[in-house]
Design a protein around this ligand. Sequence first.
Ligand code: UDP
Length: 238
Amino acid sequence: MSKVVNIMGIPFDNLTKQDLIDKLSDPEMTKGFIVTANPEIVMATRNNDDYKKSVLSADYVIADGIGVIIASKWLKQPLQERIPGFELMMSMIDYASSARKSCYFLGASEEVNLKAVEQLKIQYPQLIVAGHHHGFFDLKDEAIVKQVREANPDFIFVALGMPRQEQWIAKNIESFSKGVFMGVGGSFDVAAGEVKRAPDIWIKLNLEWLYRLIKQPFRWKRILKVFDFIFRIIFRKY
Ligand code: UDP
């Protein structure tokens, strides 16, 4: 079994969600950058060198999106499992609250950010929230970086959407002495209860993307990217 699977120049770590949580509980792992990459992210790295550099600077690149799993199978280097970013975030929060590690929540609208933190505190009464801030700021805003750094969090969830979240992390992680960073896309919207994830059966059948498309038809362009990605994998047009 390959430890790393290269898909269109992006090295995916062949890890399960549990493997990652085990790594996080290693006392040596005090700083890190996790990218949960879906086909859209892989495609975005193709014509954006700066973004590609940000993704390649991650310590772990995890397969989020069934398209990435299909691609790995097609390349005869199957990745063990799909790890949806939202599920990894929730497992990290679960671990953080039992291990007394603190979390920072950066991103989404002010309202969603507040609601997400409120909901997570209800779900995990032990959760230590080091701080939180909405995601509508200038990426160059140093005051935000300072604010997060001074909160001294163990885990920093960054929900700015791609490519902004990975770019923000890659640009700023150097100035932190500790903290595991992860871009989580629309996960705060789900945690806040604003966006519903697909029912389990859709997830099991690997049709979460279709459910999202039906619920948010304005995302159709994104789905085209997934088909473009699969097409390129099949015909080796990287
Ligand atoms: N967002 C943000 N700042 C921005 C743009 C977006 O905080 O400048 C938030 C937005 O409110 C949403 C998340 O980033 O909560 C992006 O969600 P989406 O589902 O689009 O994530 P993606 O699929 O792009 O990773």
